[in-house]
Structures are given as structure tokens and as C-alpha cells.
Design a binder for this molecule. Structure first.
Ligand code: SF4
Ligand code: SF4
Ligand code: SF4
Length: 361
């Protein structure tokens, strides 16, 4: 068993990392068939691509070393259905016995593909939906798609895939939320993942529902969401203001993400090089990888000293908090994710996923 010793203040921390990954996101493609104005992809500077069969097969083989791995998600930033080997990859994951969630914009899911996904036993399908002019293009399309999938499921007399939607609420579209839920409920959606907006351009500033950190506004939004969703739907609701507690869902759930080119990253935020505006301040996001599955075994990457220490630090909030720091107006550290004032590299110090303001499935 690996064992690492770190000095912290006047004490020693002894880490004995385990092969306890339980959830793996795989980015089959960082390309997309759409171009949503609010998409993180608009500012990415790293190359785009499809995951090859070689990388995918290496991942599948490496996963067998992880006894707790139950859930695979085809996600990342891009549209997984664009990968030319998409269906083979679906089949492969199901043959290995994992629960499989597919996240998609839904625009390439034709009748043939829907029937195939049902036949292959995909467990969950999460489709993105918004109203307004900066999100995904047509709510009506998603409504028709959900209806169609629901009909096929009834014909095949199956509950799979369980249907879910993810939506980004902004100051311009939140009043449509109730309507979205009402329109989709008849088709049996079981989960709604609600997130806030991270502006990727300056002209989106002001659209964030959390910008004012207002308790009153948060309570109005929470009431609106609670009224709209029924007991049958599992609503994942973000925070709409800064709370003291920091909780990274990727780290807490022992998840990792493998980018299309095999790089292993801890979360969506560190997948690609891009731009975010965090509480109005422009921030350069630098992709961060703990290794590539083509060069190393996934188990070695997971158990490595750097990755183990990183997970420990995030779990135990060993980062400063830039979002509510009095010095942030003059601080150069917040210009990018490379380092913070405590010497962490990379830094999670002003991550809005950590504040549960941004949510992922
Ligand atoms: S569908 Fe998703 S990945 Fe594609 S452009 Fe829109 S937000 Fe980006
Ligand atoms: S890096 Fe440190 S000093 Fe700078 S804003 Fe963050 S917490 Fe404040
Ligand atoms: S806190 Fe944020 S940046 Fe850090 S691992 Fe979690 S999601 Fe990634």
C-alpha cells in the first residue's frame, strides 16, 4: 500500500490512498454539433478531438482495478454523440456492467439511435435545456425528444434510460423554469440538475443569479424551484449566494474525468484552457492533468502522491477563499488557476463548483 507523509503546520499528515474511485466521467468528444453562446468551449484554446478506440479500451481495461467503480458518465465539455465510435463505446461500458449515464444536447439522437440506446440498456440520459438566447437553442426540440423517447420506452416496456435534464438559470430565463418542468413532467423526467451561469464573456456579466449574494433573492429562487418540482423529481439545486461551506462534488464522490486525449483531470473545471468570470473578475483557467492513460495505468495516476494530496486538500478545504477575500481587487493570483497565496498549484481557491454555485450531473 502506498503511503505519503506531508508536513502541515507543525504536524504530519500520513496519506494511504486507496483505489476508491467510484465514478468516472469520460469525454468522448470535445467537439460539438452546436455553438451555444454561453458555452465554456467558446474560450477554449487547447485542441479539440474525439477519443480514440485505443484510449477508450485502455481506460476500460484499467478500470478493472477499481473495485468501487460503479458509474460511468459520458460527459465532459463537448457532445459525446459526435464520436464516430459512440455506440460501440456505449455497448462496451454496459458489457462491463457499469451504470451508464449519457449527457447530451439531444440534437443527434435520431429514432434509430434512441432505440439502440434503449436496447443496450443505457441507465440514464441527461439532456440540456434552456430558454432564452444564450443557452441551448430550442426548448421545443427537447420537449419533442423527451416525448419520443418516452413513447419508445413504453413500447419496449422499460424504465430505462431514466430521463433527466440539466439547465442553467440566468436572470433572463429563470421565470421560465416552472414552465419547463410542467412541459417535461408528463414524459417521466426523474431528475433536474440546475446550475448557475459562469460568464465566459464580459457582456454576460450581470446575468448571474448569484452576483448580489442576496439572502432574500436566494429564498425567492428556492421557493420557485420547490414549487415547480414535484416529489417525483430529484432536483439538484445550486446555491445562489456564497456560503461558508465548501464542498467539491467531484472530489467528495471519488470521481475523476478523462479528457478525450487521455489526460486525467479531477473535475470539469480543469479539463480545458479557457476563460471564466468569477464574481466579475476575468480568470484564465489552465487545464490540469495528473497523468495520461496512454503513458500510465489509471490506478498509478489515482494513487500518485500529487493526486492523493490534491484530493486531501480539497476535501479538507486547505485553500484560501478568494471569492470573499478583501484583497481580491488587487491580487494577481486570481488572474489564473496556476497558484494561490498559500502556494497551492493548481488552485481551487475561487472555484464556484466548490461553492455549489455551479453544478454538474
Ligand atoms: S451543446 Fe453543450 S458543449 Fe455543445 S456548444 Fe452547447 S453548451 Fe457547449
Ligand atoms: S489568492 Fe489569497 S490574497 Fe489573493 S484573493 Fe485569493 S485569498 Fe485573497
Ligand atoms: S474545487 Fe473546483 S477546481 Fe477544485 S477540484 Fe473541485 S471542481 Fe475542480
Amino acid at each position: 500500500m502506498k503511503k505519503y507523509i506531508f508536513n502541515l503546520n507543525s504536524g504530519e499528515i500520513i496519506l494511504k490512498p486507496k483505489l476508491d474511485m467510484s465514478k468516472l466521467y469520460i469525454e468522448l468528444s470535445s467537439k460539438c454539433n452546436l455553438k451555444c453562446p454561453m458555452c465554456f468551449k467558446n474560450t477554449f484554446t487547447d485542441p479539440e478531438g474525439f477519443m480514440t478506440k485505443e484510449i477508450f479500451e485502455k481506460i476500460i481495461a484499467d478500470l478493472r482495478e477499481f473495485p468501487n467503480l460503479e458509474h460511468v458518465i459520458f460527459g465532459g465539455i463537448g457532445e459525446c454523440v459526435t464520436n464516430p465510435h459512440f455506440l460501440d463505446m456505449v455497448e462496451r461500458v454496459k458489457k462491463e456492467g457499469y451504470m451508464l449515464t449519457i449527457t447530451s444536447n439531444g440534437y443527434m439522437l435520431n429514432d434509430l439511435l434512441i432505440v439502440k440506446l434503449i436496447t443496450l440498456g443505457v441507465d440514464e440520459l441527461i439532456v440540456s435545456v434552456e430558454t432564452g438566447d444564450i443557452g441551448h437553442p430550442s426548448f421545443k426540440y427537447v420537449e419533442k425528444l423527451m416525448k419520443k423517447i418516452s413513447n419508445y420506452k413504453n413500447q419496449k416496456n422499460t424504465g430505462k434510460p431514466s430521463l433527466a435534464v440539466e439547465t442553467v438559470l440566468t436572470r433572463k430565463n429563470y421565470m421560465d423554469f416552472d414552465n419547463i418542468v410542467k412541459m417535461l413532467l408528463p414524459y417521466g423526467i426523474r431528475k433536474i440538475v440546475i446550475s448557475n451561469l459562469i460568464p465566459v464573456y464580459e457582456n454576460f456579466l450581470g446575468l448571474e443569479l448569484y452576483a448580489d449574494n442576496s439572502k432574500k433573492e436566494e429564498s425567492i429562487l428556492r421557493n420557485m424551484i420547490s414549487k415547480a418540482v414535484t416529489a417525483k423529481v430529484n432536483a439538484i439545486i445550486p446555491n445562489f449566494r456564497l456560503k461558508t461551506e465548501r464542498h467539491c462534488n467531484f472530489i467528495e464522490k471519488n470521481a475523476a474525468i478523462i479528457r478525450w486525449d487521455g489526460e486525467v483531470t479531477p473535475c470539469y473545471r480543469f479539463l480545458h484552457d479557457g476563460i471564466e468570470y468569477v464574481y466579475g473578475k476575468k480568470k484564465e483557467i489552465k487545464a490540469y492533468s495528473f497523468g495520461n492513460v496512454l503513458k500510465n495505468k489509471l490506478s498509478d495516476i489515482w494513487l500518485s502522491e500529487d493526486y492523493s494530496w490534491f484530493r486531501y486538500k480539497v476535501r479538507n478545504s486547505l485553500y484560501p477563499s478568494c471569492t470573499d477575500c478583501d484583497l481580491r481587487d488587487g491580487c494577481h493570483f486570481i488572474e489564473n488557476t496556476e497558484q494561490d497565496c498559500w502556494g497551492n498549484e493548481p488552485s481551487c481557491a475561487d472555484c464556484l463548483w466548490w461553492r455549489n454555485i455551479i453544478m454538474c450531473p
